[in-house]
Design a protein around this ligand. Sequence first.
Ligand SMILES: O=P(O)(O)OC[C@H]1O[C@H](O[C@H]2O[C@H](CO)[C@@H](O)[C@H](O)[C@H]2O)[C@H](O)[C@@H](O)[C@@H]1O
Ligand SMILES: O=c1ccn([C@@H]2O[C@H](COP(=O)(O)OP(=O)(O)O)[C@@H](O)[C@H]2O)c(=O)[nH]1
Length: 477
Amino acid sequence: MSRLVVVSNRVAVPDAQSATSGGLAVALRDALQSCGGIWFGWSGRTAAHTADEPTIAQVGPVTYATVDLGRKDYNEYYNGFANRTLWPLFHYRLDLADFSHENYQGYRRVNSLFAEKLRPLIEDDDHVWVHDYHLIPLGLELRARGVEQPMGFYLHTPFPAMEVLLALPSHELLVKSLCAYDVLGFQTENDLRAFRDYIHYEVGGDLLDDRTFQAHGRLVRAEVFPIGIEAGQMEAAAERAMELGAARRLDRSLGTRPLMIGVDRLDYSKGIPERFRSFERFLDTYPDHRGQVSMMQIAPLSRSEVPEYKTIRETLEGLAGYINGRYGDFDWMPLHYLTKNFQRETLAGFFRLSRVGVVTPLRDGMNLVAKEYVASQDPNYPGVLVLSRFAGAARELDAALLVNPLDHDGVAAALNKALIMSLDERRERWNAMYARVRENSLERWRERFLTALRAVPTPLAVRSGADAEASVPAAVL
Ligand SMILES: O=P(O)(O)OC[C@H]1O[C@H](O[C@H]2O[C@H](CO)[C@@H](O)[C@H](O)[C@H]2O)[C@H](O)[C@@H](O)[C@@H]1O
Ligand SMILES: O=c1ccn([C@@H]2O[C@H](COP(=O)(O)OP(=O)(O)O)[C@@H](O)[C@H]2O)c(=O)[nH]1
């Protein structure tokens, strides 16, 4: 099997300090092991200047090639254009998007530099798989340097509706860059539809069938590949966790009182302030639950140097203090708000102990926590998932209690419904969700994407005449 070259903003080098709790890092770590190849990207470290050459580490069949970023590059590319422009825009937060040209230049510069450093590492038979919004222009940059190998791109976030994307001054080049790839992967049908709308109405491209289009002189396949989890691992971790300290201690502290749990990076897209307000509404509207039910919100700090993330942190500290001050009592606290990071094994135990999983992002590409909550439940006594209809996961987990996170009364009612739901209904809903989580595993996600990528004719096959009709026209630069 040919080698795989994975490129992502963060590279989870085993044991590196910079490894994060983000879904992308978690999802890709195992994916490369089976094919062998290269994982290229930012090291997670900053320095005075961006490194001239990548640092190489060989671990089994995988070569990790990582670049330290200088402060200017880090600020303009990662904190700037990726997380102050594209992230809010892709999550429908135009009010938070910053359109600094300087940050855009930094974004283009780092993508060009990554292409320059990666180019010599790519071999003839390789397949290249680029991940996420940080690296959209990378494919076009590689094509400009003569890379003809099959290249795929997977977007982990939502793809915004055309009218929202048009607000981005560089929208044309961004979409042209996406057309430099041979395969494009999205989380949901919604995202794919939004992308195809742009291609049709804005670029005037030809939509050849449900999956293929021609635009900017290239033939591209665009499909939905919803990301999954290793359900078996989560399940086993949840069972094991009950014998470990943290879950035991939590169990003891709860006694017979039901717990609701939320676990999210501290990010405005996750709808945590709206969740707290809905919880307040729940305590107001359903006073019988006071003194009984608590909510534990785990929200590890994320992108802390980005101003909007500082603001959301302050908002949450204020809200948590307000709710506990107003409703708490000497022997009961309604809200447990923690900004520390927990191991997934520990979270699995916490999920199993929680009667309700509260996953209410305002927008989310997928949301792996929703799937992990389902996988961690005790089949005989499962909890209930309250899930935002705006999370990609809602497409598969439609047996959850689906809510609009902006509708505080609606979420409060769903929390109450989850708590009073009969065990039979809990089991029925959970069985339906668990089947979906098991079926659409992380491995299936990887294999489906790689099968599509491997179906693209390699330059060698094109030159030797094989698959000549299916050959992809050269990139237009
Ligand atoms: O790398 P960070 O800036 O610390 O952020 C962590 C990751 O956040 C985003 O995750 C997305 O991918 C998940 C898996 O597909 C998906 O479930 C979630 O909905 C997305 O938000 C981001 O897209 C990643 O690049 C980051 O690594
Ligand atoms: O303290 C924490 C909080 C979260 N996570 C993990 O981080 C991932 C978050 O992925 P998700 O898709 O829900 O959101 P993202 O952060 O990628 O936007 C999940 O695997 C969580 O189990 C973790 O390991 N420790």
